[in-house]
Design a protein around this ligand. Structure first.
Ligand code: UT7
Length: 312
């Protein structure tokens, strides 16, 4: 019998400290009005000095494991999507495995910038479909504010920290219907953290335009590939970078606003954590129902992009 992978639970963690646009007005030459109008962001969570991407991943994972009602030792694969690992090595995933006292899984990190969670879902889905894994902990965790130049108003107002988790289990019915991932390294310098500066540098306007075009096209192609129309979609859970990008993509595919999960206003751009954070938000607020058709979609540095279409 053909195997599928299904999301059996979600979890998330957001640091306690909240930084508002008004707080940022005291730090750089910006205004609450500019940030809201250009990005839709009102506030973001900031991890404290002693809080790492592993700590946040751990809290979100404990939450997801509890929601799944499983023992952490049934998890046989752990993938952590992050660009802000606690250590260069061992991986964030191995450090997380240790904290979870899991002795069964194999664990590794994956870096596809803001598209990391979609890439990780694709890998998890492939391992489950091939019968290699049965329960996969898929994590997006970022202490992305550790990569910010707090004097650069072009970037420091955009990002926030957090972690989100989805546990995938093997199932006889879908589940994940299709995954599409892609990349183009010729755009490497438009959004980057160079090893000499160690801070995020971005050509915001260029990224904006390419993000809207790529995500609009990808969403349409994902539906077409699966012989679905926009009406079959219950929810779009996009990468949360900017509400203007999300709304422009929705307009391109004629998707009504009510079908979009939007958390960028309270989270900012949390990179690889943004989709699982938005998913857990939707899940814990009972917005998603069994059998709903959902599309995840992301775009990030590289450039990288990807979509996942699934039945909940
Ligand atoms: O996670 C995936 C990748 N990241 C993204 O998807 C981000 C994509 N880009 C964006 O979201 C938008 O391009 C931004 C929000 C970053 C910027 O919005 P924009 O409408 O593209 O503005 P802009 O870069 O064209 O800048 C317009 C003006 C500039 O001033 P001048 O040169 O016209 O005088 C900027 O200096 O706004 C100025 N500006 C600011 N003003 C107040 C830039 N940042 C700020 C700020 N506060 N924080």
């Amino acid at each position: 019998m053909q195997k599928y992978s299904k999301i059996i639970s979600t979890g998330s963690y957001l640091p306690e400290k909240i930084l508002t646009n008004k707080d940022l007005e005291k730090m750089v030459d910006t205004s609450h009005e500019w940030i809201i109008e250009r990005t839709g962001i009102e506030s973001r969570h900031i991890a404290n000095e002693n809080e790492s991407s592993v700590d946040m991943a751990y809290s979100a994972s404990v939450n997801a494991i509890k929601n799944a009602n499983i023992d952490s030792n049934v998890i046989d694969m752990i993938i952590v999507a992050t660009t802000t690992p606690e250590r260069k090595f061992p991986s964030t995933a191995v450090l997380l495995q240790n904290k979870l006292k899991n002795n069964k899984a194999f664990a590794f990190d994956l870096n596809a910038a803001c598209t990391g969670f979609i890439y990780a879902l694709d890998v998890a889905d492939t391992y489950i479909k091939n019968g290699i894994a049965n329960y996969v902990l898929v994590v997006g965790t970022e202490k992305i504010t550790s990569l910010l130049d707090w004097s650069d108003r072009n970037t420091c107002v955009l990002f926030g920290d957090g972690a989100g988790v989805a546990i995938l289990g093997s199932s006889n019915t879908p589940g994940i219907i299709s995954n599409t991932i892609g990349s183009d390294g010729s755009y490497k310098d438009l959004l980057t953290v160079n090893t000499d500066s160690e801070v995020i540098e971005m050509s915001g306007n260029d990224v904006f335009k390419i993000a809207v075009n790529t995500m609009g096209k990808l969403a349409a192609e994902t539906l077409e590939k699966n012989s679905m129309t926009i009406d079959s979609l219950n929810w779009l859970i996009p990468h949360q970078a900017n509400s203007r990008i999300i709304n422009a993509v929705a307009r391109k595919i004629n998707l009504p606003q009510e079908k979009i999960i939007m958390t960028v206003n309270k989270h900012g751009n949390t990179s690889a954590a943004s989709i699982p954070l938005a998913l857990d938000y939707a899940n814990s607020n009972n917005l998603i129902k069994e059998n709903d058709i959902i599309m995840f979609e992301a775009f990030g540095a590289g450039f990288t992009w990807g979509s996942t279409l699934l039945k909940y």
